[in-house]
Write a new protein. Structure first.
Length: 218
């Protein structure tokens, strides 16, 4: 856990990369372990990713936790992006979960996506918005590369609208970020999306609004 303070919201993606590389091998035990299953996160991921279609970009793919949830009948190709080379190595080791689907793994920053405008039918991010140094810019980039008739799918930590829960998140935000891979779990995700002009087609809350999924359109 000592490496977590190295990953904060004030760091650039490039500066955070070495720390992500360092704990890539143990990442699944943190974000895909028994506690995640107990909290229903597998079901939340699967429900959201069932909406992915066509040519898909997943940003912040990490170790590829989501790869098993893609529907072969709907997804033509998957491009998986992460800032960490070691994370991508872990994700590539799970490529067999994609069956025969075309897949590409790209090292890069979500805040400067290396793709032309309107490239993808679906852009996906799960539980990564809270660690980006500039989440509004990350959302703007996702919007830029998704097609006009496409969707951005998000599953994120968010500030609960339940007053006591939201206040607790604010009080503990710095401590949680220190212990939790730099994740600021009290972000106002709705406001970030509105500032980028994205249309919220569907919004679902889990765990009292601590986790929120979105289906977004341009």
């Amino acid at each position: 856990m000592s490496l977590f303070p190295l990953i904060g919201a004030d760091l650039t993606a490039a500066a955070a990369q070495p720390s992500y590389d360092e704990y890539a091998a143990s990442y699944d035990s943190l974000d895909d372990g028994p506690l995640a299953s107990l909290l229903g996160m597998d079901g939340q991921r699967q429900r959201l990713l069932s909406r992915a279609r066509g040519d898909v970009l997943e940003v912040g793919v990490g170790t590829g936790i989501n790869l098993r949830f893609y529907d072969d009948s709907q997804v033509h190709s998957l491009t998986a992006l992460d800032i960490s080379e070691k994370m991508l190595e872990q994700a590539k080791s799970k490529r067999s979960l994609l069956g025969g689907r075309q897949s590409t793994f790209v090292q890069g920053s979500v805040e400067e996506l290396p793709f032309p405008d309107e490239t993808f039918d679906t852009v996906i991010d799960t539980f990564s918005l809270c660690v980006y140094s500039d989440p509004a810019k990350a959302i703007a980039e996702m919007k830029r590369v998704v097609k006009k008739d496409g969707n951005v799918l998000l599953l994120e930590h968010a500030r609960s609208k339940v007053p006591m829960l939201g206040a607790y998140q604010d009080l503990t935000a710095e401590s949680v970020a220190t212990l939790g891979k730099g994740c600021y779990w009290n972000q106002n995700v709705d406001a970030i999306l509105r500032s980028n002009g994205l249309i919220i087609s569907n919004r679902e809350e889990y765990l009292g609004g601590l986790l929120v999924s979105y289906i977004l359109a341009k």
